[in-house]
Write a protein that binds this ligand. Structure first.
Ligand code: LMR
Length: 393
């Protein structure tokens, strides 16, 4: 049987991890996978996470199964974080998932079950695992324009025109904030227009929210999602706690489905059913920590303070890199780096230039020239800027 297997294409982002690890150069710089690193290169365990783990160890009485869709207090904690404390629980069905990717996968399975012929519209470009999962599940997808390669800002004209062609019942996948891979985000006026277009077309929005708190702040980063949730009758939200709680390996995510109170019961049952088919019970450790942190005022305050430090550090690195490139080039053509938000910016380099950055300078970024700003520090910013200029980007 196994001889029938064909080698699968390697994920372009994950491939970089191995290449970087195997590079013997001491001065190599990793700007690949989307993991936050402090100035010493460490991905720290956040203070509130450590404190919650200690408390959990002292207080936990059982490790029996959770609910099939995870625990309701986790759903409530995540809903209040994402939708705001006054969210409408009567519309909400939710399931804990293994990470944000687990939530995306379950969302696609839900869409396929409810509407097998629906087309899922993806931004061009988008996170490579989006089309990969959709293709694997045999679903239909289409692209809408999103990024202006010249200005490195959102191509809203193109996006508007393409979303105007979406058919009733299609699903449009949007990045809630900190667009991956570009770093270019919609403003609130544009979110409102997207809501209007999708309403007029009868389409269903699905929001991938993996970086809440990394862009403009916890509430600001959820503003687009909240607007869509308030205005549209049916919404899917796949969220990750990997980045904003720094619990990557705990695989902590959630899929939320907003519909009518009458529909909610069947949707909730379907989410539980899908969990059962794929992995039965979702992982709980990370979900428990998140619930404890969100619900404990002291832990929450400390978590928010540390998250804010992380956010401001990334903003400062953006400013430093844009300023250094301004100094070296005498132009503001890299000013977009300071305008973008979140971990990533798309530099606009060719694959050959990205390759040269790696081979000649030991600088690793994704082939589409997505760089992880959080991989930089005050020492490596000028090194990267000089390499960018030397490579003729
Ligand atoms: C990324 O885009 O680098 C992260 O979301 C990690 C991943 O799984 O690709």
């Amino acid at each position: 049987m196994f001889e029938a297997l064909k080698p699968q294409p390697q994920d372009k982002i994950l491939q970089l991890i191995g290449m970087y690890r195997d590079d013997p150069r001491a001065d190599k710089i990793d700007l690949g996978v989307g993991v936050y690193k402090d100035a010493t290169g460490l991905t720290p365990v956040m203070r509130a996470v450590k404190a919650a783990e200690k408390k959990l160890w002292e207080q936990e009485k059982t490790k029996t199964y959770t609910g099939l869709a995870g625990e309701p207090d986790y759903h409530a904690a995540m809903a209040s974080l994402i939708l705001g404390p006054t969210y409408d629980a009567s519309r909400l069905a939710a399931a804990a998932t293994p990470g944000g990717t687990g939530a995306i996968r379950q969302a696609m399975e839900l869409i396929r079950l409810a509407s097998p012929n629906a087309t899922v519209w993806l931004s061009n470009p988008t996170w490579p695992n989006h089309p990969s999962i959709i293709t694997y599940l045999g679903m239909k997808s289409a692209e809408y324009r999103y990024f202006d390669a010249e200005t490195r800002a959102v191509d809203f004209e193109g996006m508007r025109a393409d979303l105007g062609r979406v058919a009733a019942g299609d699903v449009v996948l949007l990045h809630g904030c900190c667009h991956n891979p570009t770093g270019a985000n919609l403003n609130l006026t544009q979110w409102a227009e997207v809501a209007d277009i999708l309403t007029a077309r009868g389409a269903i929005p699905m929001i991938d929210l993996a970086y809440q708190g990394f862009g403009d702040g916890l509430d600001a980063d959820a503003a687009g999602t909240r607007l869509i949730a308030a205005r549209m009758p049916e919404v899917l939200i796949a969220a990750s706690c990997s980045k904003n709680f720094g619990i990557y390996r705990e695989r902590t995510g959630i899929l939320m489905a907003l519909s009518s109170p009458a529909q909610k019961v069947v949707t909730q049952g379907t989410l539980a059913f899908l969990n059962r088919q794929n992995y039965s019970f979702p992982p709980d450790h990370g979900a428990r920590l998140v619930t404890m942190i969100v619900n404990d005022p002291a832990l929450r305050a400390d978590w928010q303070a540390e998250l804010e430090e992380v956010r401001l550090n990334m903003l400062s690195l953006r400013e430093q890199l844009a300023a250094e490139l301004r100094r070296l080039t005498g132009s503001d053509r890299f000013g977009f780096i300071a305008q973008h938000r979140g971990m990533f910016s798309r530099l606009g380099a060719t694959p050959e230039q990205v390759e040269r950055l790696r081979t000649e300078h030991g600088i690793y970024m994704v082939g589409d020239s997505r760089l992880n700003i959080a991989g930089l520090n005050a020492t490596t910013v000028p090194i990267l800027a000089a390499a960018i200029v030397k490579t003729g980007i």
